[in-house]
Design a protein around this ligand. Structure first.
Ligand code: PMP
Length: 326
């Protein structure tokens, strides 16, 4: 679907997957005016297909659009585009209980000019790709790496938007994490080097011994994860207190040493919940849960959320939208 300044959104079409024709002077290729989303379609045991909270992705896309000076897309159009693609690709939604169809909506600025200003032409597209389970052979706690030198985003930057540029900036630290045997990089606030923002592609939660969940607040630097929001609602519904506030690595380290922080996990669409067993740091002051990870609250939240998504547990919050195959 195409957007132009005079005509708005128009010319929606569904095409077989294939290369995209794009002019070499398209603004997205030079100034990174691009945003995207990620969500999944799941097949329930009765064969029906659902998507998980697509309205949340539609809303977040528009938040990103405003920051990147791209046109907003009416929520109904976003949801319809996703639903129509899934309906056409219904046979591609895996039947195995731990697999899904990953959906990648994205918007690019494709006006042809060489100059630094926001484009007057854009395209919105959705592609789909089957996704296997994140963990093969059971859920295992992962190690994550504390990035010392690199920030993902700074105050007033694009950290809260889901734009390609943020991920470009996180690739080098992510490689550093991998070199240290870690699954993800943990970013802290560049000013304090201690206040936690988020991971390369996930939000972070700590669990206190009294069952309270603690997670960095939406401070303008981090992505408002749909999984994060869902887990907050789920935990609160179960009677857990949830604190959204600044969280520091020091607090985490002291809490583990004193036994007041008992679990840590990362969350996002891809892996839903990943238990964290260890935070590795360049100065060797690692935080280690040892054989206490994965924690019981981490695993029970994971079981309920994946249960809802795959239609094994009741959808008691009305998070699922059923897709009618084309
Ligand atoms: N933070 C970042 C940087 C991410 O890329 C993601 C994945 N989209 C998340 C958090 C988690 O967001 P969600 O739960 O919506 O997948």
């Amino acid at each position: 679907i195409t957007w132009t300044e005079d005509a708005g959104w128009h010319d929606a079409e569904v095409l077989p997957y294939g290369p995209l024709q794009i002019d070499p002077a398209s603004s997205v290729l030079h100034y990174g005016q691009e945003i995207f989303e990620g969500l999944k379609a799941y097949r329930r045991p009765d064969g029906s297909i659902v998507t998980f909270r697509p309205e949340g992705n539609a809303q977040r896309l528009n938040d990103s659009a405003r920051r990147l000076a791209l046109p907003e897309l009416p929520q109904g159009l976003f949801v319809r585009a996703v639903q129509e693609l899934v309906a056409i690709d219904a046979d591609w939604v895996p039947t195995a209980a731990d697999q899904s169809l990953y959906l990648r909506p994205f918007m690019i600025a494709d006006e042809v000019f060489l100059g630094v200003r926001s484009a007057r032409r854009a395209r919105f597209l959705v592609i789909a790709s089957p996704a296997g389970p994140y963990f093969t052979g059971g859920v295992k706690p992962v190690a994550i790496w504390l990035s010392e030198h690199w920030a993902r985003a700074g105050h007033g930057g694009t950290g809260a938007a889901k734009c390609g540029g943020n991920y470009a900036a996180s690739l080098l630290p992510q490689n550093e994490a991998a070199e240290h045997g870690c699954a993800q990089v943990l970013f802290t606030d560049a000013e304090t080097d201690d206040t936690i923002d988020e991971l390369g592609g996930m939000n972070l939660f700590l669990v206190r011994s009294d069952g309270t969940l603690v997670t960095p607040e939406l401070n303008g630097n981090i992505l408002a994860g749909i999984t994060r929001k869902s887990l907050i609602e789920l935990a609160q519904d179960r009677g857990h207190a949830v604190e959204e506030r600044p969280v520091t690595v020091s607090e985490w380290r002291e809490g583990v040493a004193q036994g007041t922080i008992t679990e840590a996990f990362a969350c996002g669409t891809a892996a839903v919940i990943t238990p964290i067993g260890q935070l590795r740091t360049a100065d060797g002051r690692d935080i280690d849960f040892g054989d206490r990870a994965p924690g019981s609250l981490t695993m029970s939240l994971r079981e309920e959320l994946t249960g809802i998504q795959f239609g094994i547990r009741p959808d008691r919050f009305g998070w699922l939208t059923e897709i009618v195959p084309a």
